[in-house]
Write a protein that binds this ligand. Sequence first.
Ligand code: NAP
Length: 226
Amino acid sequence: MRIGVLGAGNMADALAAQWARKGHEIMIGARAPERAVALAARIGRGTAGGGLREAAEFGEVVLLAVWFEGIADALRAAGAADGALAGRVLVDCTNPMEPPFERLKTGDGPSAALRVAAAAPGARVVKAFNLCHESVWRMTPPAFGGRPLGVPVCGDDAEAVAAVRALVADLGCVPLDGGGLRRAGLLEATAAFMVGLWVAGEDPATMIPPREYAGGDPRRTSAAAV
Ligand SMILES: NC(=O)c1ccc[n+]([C@@H]2O[C@H](COP(=O)([O-])OP(=O)(O)OC[C@H]3O[C@@H](n4cnc5c(N)ncnc54)[C@H](OP(=O)(O)O)[C@@H]3O)[C@@H](O)[C@H]2O)c1
């Protein structure tokens, strides 16, 4: 698959390196193209570097890996308003959050993912990879206690979601059906809540019971209560 990457920071590095290892063709784009070229050289395996628009036009799938505040600028420079991303799968891994993780930067407005979709007409936006730290995405594979990491994927276009699910599987992770893009805001809030717990020294993994305890079967829950 041809993958364009908008941004040359930690998330770009972690995910592009994994996908390059899996044989995908990668082009990194950054507002300072020399940073993209340097990252591409570090990743190797034929990875190219250049400007944001070049990366947008290169990718069948395009990963948006910039800070929330940079989304509008980055998409503008990528040519989104001129349709450069139309028809492409646009993967949004951004998190509109900041310490002390009490509210999202999106406030009461649309999620970051819906803002991305509004700024990139015709792009098939999928939210994924926002829940875990970049160090997790560098693991081969990201697995804990023998259990591969589940990665929720939210999107409205079935083909785009399938492409991102395949990229999740390429990392050695298990794609989880997160529903449509309207649910991406829940994923963004989940990230902020989880990171808030980590920062407070808590382990959020302990708050999620196995699926068989998810409720829905009153006999099972009442039996468990006896
Ligand atoms: N780091 C994590 O563990 C992690 C995990 C999950 C999700 N995320 C999310 O992933 C996104 C990227 O995070 P990161 O850790 O990769 O950040 P990072 O290492 O700081 O890199 C950010 C990238 O965004 C670019 N950028 C910033 N403002 C821009 C603008 N106005 N126009 C164009 N490019 C701009 C930067 O370009 P310059 O180099 O030119 O400044 C840089 O390439 C963020 O939304 C973050 O919330 C991060």
